[in-house]
Design a binder for this molecule. Structure first.
Ligand SMILES: Nc1ncnc2c1ncn2[C@@H]1O[C@H](COP(=O)(O)OP(=O)(O)OP(=O)(O)O)[C@@H](O)[C@H]1O
Length: 317
């Protein structure tokens, strides 16, 4: 079943702000990155998916349900981690998550058990009876994630889960999100303004800019270049380049690898023969993969979606 489907989804706020403009997309279950610069419309999209905001125009289905008419059913199957800190400081994580699990309809004992379990999944089991006010930012983010998990949802909507975390905290949070998505088989929409972050853990990406859809596709579709082959040999790359040139095949260096235009059906075989003739250890031969961020760097409109920090990371890669 399609996880999320929209047709010409539009949201206008008062004051002439169009936060979402004619968004049409369909995504399959998995871990989905919702990326865009600040103000792109990510939070608005999430709130519409939860039935917290009505769209101005267009249609939407989440888990096959229309959140504008079936908001309660949607919310019983969807967990939501809001962007901003909304945690009470004077109660323990166990009390807080249990309380929210009860509010979502679980009986007292089940709510307590589910809360403990959710806190264990996010790595807060030992600390669960401490007051939230004394927690670090990373721990608070994990409490927000635990409350989103407590009622055993089919879909998690995470609004900027790495907000406010240092690089190590961000990596830990992304790893946790990835683990929850893969081990529990829950679909996850994870919002971020950092494309490089979500690219690492997502199967598909929805990129929006100024409320408009830039691209919605699987990471594999986005990153596979259909017309370039990447050849990697463990040694002898210069020899191979020279041999390919003799054969009339132009290869360009890309780090330790060679990129070769895939302009004829027998290109795989021709390269394999050249490698075998030179008796070189072939490490890899397949279609070149781009980093997702690389694709968007050529798109001037999305440039702000890549923060200085991400640009730095890209350069270091
Ligand atoms: N209640 C509101 N009334 C008017 N304009 C709003 C309202 N909420 C959001 N907006 C505007 O709608 C646009 C999209 O905002 P939204 O919060 O959805 O973006 P975002 O991608 O989540 O950004 P951020 O990461 O900064 O939250 C922005 O221009 C924002 O100022």
């Amino acid at each position: 079943m399609t996880l999320i489907e929209t047709r010409a989804l539009t949201k206008r706020y008062g004051g002439g702000v169009t936060a979402l403009s004619e968004l049409t997309l369909a995504v399959e279950p998995g871990i989905i990155g919702l990326v865009g610069a600040n103000g792109a419309g990510k939070s608005t999209f999430i709130k519409i998916m939860l039935g917290l905001l009505p769209p101005s125009d267009g249609e939407l289905r989440v888990l096959g349900l229309d959140p504008t008419t079936h908001a309660e059913q949607v919310r019983s199957r969807v967990g939501y981690m809001p962007e901003h800190d909304c945690l009470p400081g004077e109660v323990s994580a166990a009390e807080f998550v249990t309380h929210l699990a009860r509010m979502s309809g679980l009986p007292a004992t089940a709510a307590r058990e589910r809360a403990s379990e959710a806190l264990r999944h996010v790595g807060l089991y030992e600390e669960r009876y401490r007051q939230i006010g004394g927690y670090s930012t990373g721990m608070k983010q994990r409490v927000k994630l635990a409350q989103a998990l407590a009622h055993d949802p089919d879909l998690l909507l995470l609004d900027e889960p790495t907000n406010g975390l240092d690089p190590a905290g961000r990596d830990a949070m992304l790893e946790l999100v990835h683990r929850i998505g893969t081990e529990f088989g829950i679909s996850i929409v994870v919002c971020s303004h950092l494309l490089g972050e979500v690219e690492r853990i997502c199967n598909s990406i929805i990129a929006i800019d100024g409320g408009r859809l830039l691209r919605s596709a699987t990471v594999e579709d986005m990153t596979t270049s259909r017309d370039v082959l990447m050849v990697e040999v463990s040694e002898g790359v210069d020899q191979l380049t020279a041999r390919l040139a003799e054969l009339g095949i132009s290869a360009s260096r890309d780090g330790a690898a060679l990129n070769v235009p895939l302009d004829s059906e027998d290109m795989y075989d021709r390269i394999l023969v050249a490698v075998a003739e030179l008796d070189l250890p072939l490490h890899r031969l397949d279609q070149r993969r781009h980093r997702v961020a690389e694709l968007f760097q050529t798109h001037s409109v999305t440039a702000p979606a890549l923060s200085a920090q991400e640009a730095g990371r890209g350069a270091a890669d």
